[in-house]
Design a protein around this ligand. Structure first.
Ligand code: GLA
Length: 730
């Protein structure tokens, strides 16, 4: 791994074993993008993009032949209003109300390791897998605004991270109206754009469309990342498939509002940008102060979409997720939410736990409704003390009783919310996100608590710590169940445009305090399911409740889409009752189990009402899962059949690092008359190894399984069928 600067030709070459990224200084000062893709041993065609005199393309200086223009130059961090008509990477508002900016090269540093980003979630290097960083300092020579672009390259991964830091070295305070984290220009537009849009109950659907002229924005203006878009976008070669072809992915390590722009310009060049959404953003930058953006992970895959995922999964597991649970096998849990909703007693919870423990379930999660006087979703958020009418012996007693059954105990919190009907709101009606001059919009009868304010954070943290210091809690589900509106604060000294980012910094500070003080607690983030399943959260919480939609058929798409960017060890997936509460579907227990075990297996139903046969099936599922969960959570995951393409089928496989063991799942939604037997193909096996396949005689070559495949033994009959095959090296 090396980052080099060629003094003579004025270019930087960042390269490791798999990827190269080249930046040049044109005319010694304009920072241009030259190449990103498969590793190159050397780079010779510096500044050899088509220089020509394009009509209406302005020149920043008098160039012979008028052949140099920022309007066509592929750039790394374009300025505003100074000759590049595409989207800028930032916008400064100067004291004279102007916004024109132009950055040129000032200096650079190549450093071993990665600079920490204060107060932000971030990827990190390890001793075994170190990193190297280029710090490229640019300056607006008129206003003395300085921007340090940071590029970190990781050993062994086709991954770079980028961020930007703005410093005001001028004579007067300025405002940042826009401060994206990165910008990059591709020389052409011959790509498909891939994104993961969604909604509540339909998170992360894979959408692939040809790139066309214009500016395509994926964003959030909802206060958080939200269900609507994942902070992710990829450009794929038109011929790229799951397993072949070049794909360029961008993923934002942040949990607030974001913007991802893909712009195809007038010359069919493509600009991709990512960062904090400028819509609700404005930052006051006094003289001498700096603003640090969050970072973006840039991943290049030469092996299609599976290649992209197979880079991101271990990268996030080893360089983003932290703490005791980073590589730990995840416990099989039961959550009482869909089993009881708010309607439970201590006896009911204990009865569920009794039954669950005999089935092999390891963790009991007490969901919403244990605090304040919360009997429905109209009250008590903010009052984090036990609901004594519901749990008269207290939470500690309940937790101890559950732990006496040999299970771990988990608890639900929604720390960032406040109900209008709460003691906390009555005491502090201005402690929520709001614009003081306007009415506040309720959503699920609650407001977002104002984590941009220290006294508010301290109050919530103290309340949570009081519970956690008393009750033996092993797991926390951290929920967040509305989007932000009327964004503002009652706190003096914070601009409306600063509230959201200060909120995020405050939230990250609170989470850091909790994971530091309670390192044994396994945290699972949640936002009405997967509304905040982003890399920012993974830095604090190693797993997420993937979706409130627990229907096995809907989950095929949700989990397939989520797996594009998120490691399997981060995906909570539960078996729930039938008819399913979201879709009313009656999927078989077998299929519900086979879908849920392709993630962190859990159950979310009232186990005390199940038949003996159902309980027996659950017991078998759980013991099978425990045997293979390491392979599932930490093995190499290959998507095989896409539910988005087939509409009726899905398949995937988990392969051990040594390729000596694999678990293959095939799912079929609806039956049809007169079908022939299904032949399935495998992926990720060692072509020269031989494997036994559960239910089949003898050993079959890996190459044969991957190329010829095999017929499923029995004709599948009826709807909602699934097959799980265990492959072992013979
Ligand atoms: C959200 C979560 C659910 C459940 C409820 C409780 O919707 O996603 O899993 O915890 O809140 O109110």
């Amino acid at each position: 791994m090396t980052i080099t600067f060629d003094e003579k030709k004025k270019y930087f070459h960042l390269k490791n074993e798999s990827v190269s990224y080249v930046i040049a200084l044109e005319e010694e000062k304009y920072v241009s993008h030259q190449y990103w893709g498969k590793r190159l041993n050397s780079f010779s065609q510096v500044a050899d993009y088509p220089r020509q005199d394009n009509a209406f393309a302005p020149n920043p200086f008098e160039v012979p032949g008028r052949i140099f223009s920022l309007a066509t130059l592929p750039q790394e961090f374009p300025g505003n209003g100074s000759g590049d008509f595409r989207e800028s990477a930032f916008e400064c508002l100067y004291p004279d109300q102007t916004t024109v900016s132009l950055l040129t090269y000032k200096s650079h540093d190549i450093v071993i390791g990665k600079q920490p980003l204060q107060g932000l979630p971030q990827t990190y290097e390890t001793k075994e897998e170190p990193a190297e960083t280029l710090l490229l300092t640019l300056e607006d020579t008129v206003t003395k605004v300085e921007v340090v672009l940071s590029y970190t390259l990781f050993k062994d991964y086709p991954v770079l991270t980028r961020s930007a830091s703005f410093r005001n070295n001028g004579a007067e305070a300025i405002h940042l109206n826009k401060a994206l984290s990165m910008s990059i220009d591709f020389p052409d537009a011959d790509f498909d754009m891939i994104q993961l849009p969604g909604a509540w109950g339909r998170e992360r659907q894979i959408v692939r469309t040809p790139l066309v002229r214009g500016i395509h924005t994926l964003d959030s203006k909802r206060g958080t990342t939200s269900h609507a878009y994942q902070p992710f976008v990829a450009l794929a070669d038109k011929t790229a498939t799951e397993d072949q072809g070049a794909v360029y992915g961008f993923h934002f390590v942040y949990s607030g509002e974001f913007r991802a722009n893909v712009e195809v310009d007038t010359y069919a060049q493509t600009r991709v940008q990512m960062g904090i959404n400028p819509t609700h953003f404005q930052w006051h930058l006094p003289v001498g102060e700096a603003f640090q953006t969050p970072e973006v992970v840039l991943v290049y895959s030469e092996n299609g979409l599976n290649g992209l995922s197979q880079t991101l999964h271990p990268f996030y597991q080893k360089h983003l997720i932290r703490g005791q649970h980073q590589f730990a096998e995840r416990p099989v849990l039961i959550n009482n939410w869909e089993g009881t909703y708010f309607d439970f007693t201590a006896d009911k919870i204990e009865a569920m736990a009794d039954e669950a423990s005999t089935l092999g379930i390891e963790l009991f999660v007490l969901d919403d409704g244990w605090f304040g006087k919360r009997d429905d979703d109209y009250s008590s958020l903010g009052d984090w003390h036990v609901h004594t009418a519901k749990l008269p012996s207290g939470l500690k007693q309940l937790a101890e009783n559950i732990k006496a059954k040999g299970m771990l105990f988990g608890l639900w919190f929604e720390p960032e919310m406040i109900s209008e009907d709460s003691e906390l709101y009555r005491a502090h009606p201005d402690w929520c996100i709001h614009t003081p001059s306007r009415e506040k919009s309720l959503s699920r009868s609650q407001y977002v608590i104002d984590f941009s304010r220290k006294e508010v954070r301290d109050n919530i943290l103290a309340q949570m710590m009081e519970v956690l210091d008393e009750v033996p809690v092993d797991y926390i589900k951290w929920d967040y169940n509305r989007n932000m509106t009327e964004i503002g604060t009652a706190a003096p000294g914070t601009l409306p445009g600063e509230v959201l980012h200060k909120y995020m910094l405050g939230l990250y500070e609170v989470m850091e305090a909790l994971v530091t003080k309670y390192p044994h607690i396994l945290f699972e983030s949640c936002s009405g399911g997967g509304g905040r399943f982003d890399p920012g959260f993974l830095y604090y919480m190693p797993q997420t409740w993937t979706s409130d939609n627990t229907d096995a058929v809907a989950r095929l798409e949700i989990q397939y889409g989520t797996s594009l960017v998120m490691p399997i060890s981060s995906m909570g997936s539960h078996v729930s009752a039938i008819p399913n509460h979201q879709t009313h579907r009656m999927a078989s227990m077998k299929m519900r189990g086979d879908v849920a075990m392709a993630g962190n297996l859990g159950y979310e139903l009232d186990v005390t009402t199940l038949s003996e046969a159902e309980k027996q099936e659950m017991k078998e599922q759980i013991s099978f899962y425990k045997e293979y969960r390491k392979l599932i959570q930490y093995g190499t995951f290959h998507r095989i059949l896409s539910p988005f393409e087939t509409q009726n089928e899905a398949a995937w496989i988990f392969v051990s690092p040594e390729q000596d063991e694999a678990l293959y799942f095939y799912y079929r939604v609806l039956d049809r008359a007169n079908l022939k037997k299904k032949k399935v193909l495998f992926k990720g096996l060692d072509p020269v190894k031989f494997y036994t396949v559960s239910g089949y005689e003898g050993a079959i070559g890996g190459d044969e399984l991957m190329n010829r495949g095999l017929y499923l033994k029995d004709a599948l009959q009826g709807d909602y069928q699934s097959v799980c095959l265990v492959l072992k090296e013979a």
